[in-house]
Design a binder for this molecule. Structure first.
Ligand code: NOJ
Length: 566
């Protein structure tokens, strides 16, 4: 079906145009500014940019309330600027995926305006109505505490409309064939303009049955096949990356048993257990989560992330696990959101501790899937908790020590740049870190490069190597007669550990460190003994003696005692 599996071994970088770089000095980031930063991104080594919504929007949910799908919001530029940007990406071999937000529109979309104005309009049935207030109107809110209801009465329409999210985001009636056809048209439009696929927003809600009489929504999975089929017909290598925070038992429904639905899904299940592992130094629930999400078609892929633009949703953890993450990473009420998550950025959550940041990123890059980096995390940006809800972690990119972090020449950035405290732009910025070989930025660049050189992670089969100490987490990947092995110490104390690579005979006798000089050679019983510093990690290529001697590349050199080229 698909004619290029590029997404199996890439690194995705997610950003919103409005907060990245402002070229025209009006205080809002734009496509021209982003274009100027493409060489920075190319240098970082990312393979794909995921653009958050940039279409015309009143901007009440950071663009997730779209008023015109076939446009660029004037604040960010024009369609022409988008095409220039797409061309710049193409020249550098960077792919683009964009958000596809079709569960709902803005209430300012002309479809909704028509629908509410005129009962007989063809657009009326594009939305979900009820004459009376449905009995379950105060259930199923996605933003509890902020959103009061899922049905709101519209005076002009003389009826209630359904909205899974905020009341200014009326749900589209996705069962309507005209709506379905329009969704395909939107995909076709952007594909034609050079994107390689879509991060599909709120997928479980897009495919759920909707209506006043629906007590328990049912997912219509066939819809996913229709989306994919269309995309593949139009462009063989285009993909859909689904935002679907679902239970592992339904993963296969989303991927499709015949690999005919979503190409990728974010692994929310692993994400939450990863944060629990970081908080508790107990890797066992993470191992369980990895096993639970292991089944997937060979061509499918997980998107692996640490923090994204939303709150860190901990809803799938047990109460005790969730409390532990809250205690460690978001103890104040002000840091928590929607009764289920933490709204902070990664660096402040981890106390700005470089060792922990590296550990977290090393884990993200070595768990099964394709890593997704959030802009600013490569320089360990912080958050501004004085901003409401999720906005605290969406502040502009910090480029330099110039006013407003070099983000804009305007004195009034639409969103304030963090300028005070340890995460303020005078301390945390790209220019400064670029000059420092040991900076987080340069570390990220190195780890991204190495991640791409280890395709076993994206393509291979993983095995979790048993160790007695739950603070130590070891995984091995095997692919096409190659193996790699990763060791992580989740704890603040050092560890001395002994383990076997778990391969027959001599195959796992030598572990060649990919990031430093200390390689490991097993003893006669096949045991490796290594000392891990607090929060330490190792990336190894696995080889038996024969295997190493046969190879003429760096691994063989190491065995013959020559210096490993760094
Ligand atoms: C999920 C997005 O990630 C979030 O930011 C947004 O508010 C909702 N979907 C609604 O579109």
């Amino acid at each position: 079906m698909i004619d290029d599996l590029w997404y199996k071994n890439g690194v995705i970088y997610c950003l919103s145009v409005g907060s990245y770089m402002d070229a025209n000095g009006d205080g809002v980031g734009d496509f021209k500014g982003l274009l100027r930063r493409l060489d920075y991104l190319h240098g970082l080594g990312i393979t794909t940019i995921w653009l958050m919504p940039f279409q015309t929007s009143p901007g009440r949910d950071d663009g997730y309330d779209i008023a015109d799908y076939y446009s660029v919001d004037a604040r960010y530029g024009t369609l022409g600027d988008f095409v220039e940007f797409a061309h710049g990406c193409k020249q550098r071999g960077i792919r683009i995926i964009i958000d596809l937000v079709v569960n709902h529109t803005s209430d300012q979309h002309h479809w909704f305006k028509e629908a509410r104005r005129d009962r007989t309009s063809p657009y009326r049935d594009w939305y979900v109505w009820s004459d009376k207030k449905p009995a379950n109107a105060d259930k199923g809110m996605v933003f509890p505490g902020v959103q009061k209801s899922t049905w709101t009465r519209d005076k002009e329409a003389g009826a209630y409309y359904f909205h899974r999210f905020y009341d200014f985001q009326p749900d589209l009636n996705t069962s309507n064939p005209h709506v379905q056809a329009e969704i395909l048209k939107i995909m076709g439009f952007w594909i034609q303009l050079g994107v390689s696929g879509f991060r599909m927003d709120a997928v479980p809600f897009v495919i759920a049955t909707k209506g006043a009489k629906v007590k328990k929504p049912v997912e219509q999975y066939d819809m996913l096949r229709a989306f994919r089929e269309f995309l593949q017909w139009r462009q063989g290598d285009a993909i859909i990356l689904a935002e679907a925070n679902v239970l592992p038992k339904t993963d296969m429904e989303y991927f499709g048993r015949d690999a005919d639905r979503m190409h990728m899904m974010f692994n929310f299940h692993v994400n939450q257990h990863l944060f629990y592992a970081l908080a508790s130094a107990d890797s066992r629930p993470l191992a369980k989560a990895l096993k639970a999400t292991k089944p997937r078609p060979a061509t499918a892929q997980w998107g692996l992330f640490l923090r994204n633009h939303d709150e860190l949703d901990l809803g799938r953890l047990t109460k005790a696990q969730r409390d532990s993450v809250f205690r460690n990473f978001g103890p104040d009420k002000d840091m928590q959101l929607y009764d289920r998550g933490i709204r902070r950025r990664l660096a402040p959550m981890l106390g700005g501790d470089r060792r922990r940041l590296e550990l977290a990123y090393s884990l993200m890059c070595t768990l099964p899937g394709t890593p997704v980096i959030r802009y600013g995390d490569e320089i360990a940006m912080g958050d501004d908790l004085s901003l409401p809800e999720r906005n605290c972690a969406r502040t502009p990119m910090q480029w330099s020590t110039e006013p407003h972090g070099g983000f804009t020449k305007s004195n009034k950035p639409a969103c304030p740049v963090i300028d005070k405290g340890p995460y303020g732009y005078p301390h945390v910025n790209v220019a400064k870190q670029r000059r420092d070989p040991n900076s987080m930025l340069n570390w990220t660049e190195r780890i991204v490069r190495m991640r791409k050189e280890v395709p076993e992670i994206g393509w291979g089969d993983f095995t979790i190597i048993p160790v007695r100490d739950p603070a130590v987490f070891i995984m091995r990947y095997d692919w096409r007669n190659n193996s790699v092995l990763f060791v992580h110490n989740l704890d603040e104390k050092p560890r001395e550990i002994a383990f076997s690579a778990g391969l027959p005979d001599e195959a796992g006798a030598h572990l060649i460190n990919l990031l430093a000089e200390d390689h490991s050679h097993a003893d006669k019983r096949g045991q490796h003994r290594i000392v891990l510093e607090p929060y330490g990690y190792r990336w190894y290529r696995v080889g038996g003696l024969d295997y190493l001697l046969k190879r003429s590349d760096i691994d063989g050199d190491t065995v013959r005692g020559k210096k490993h080229p760094g």
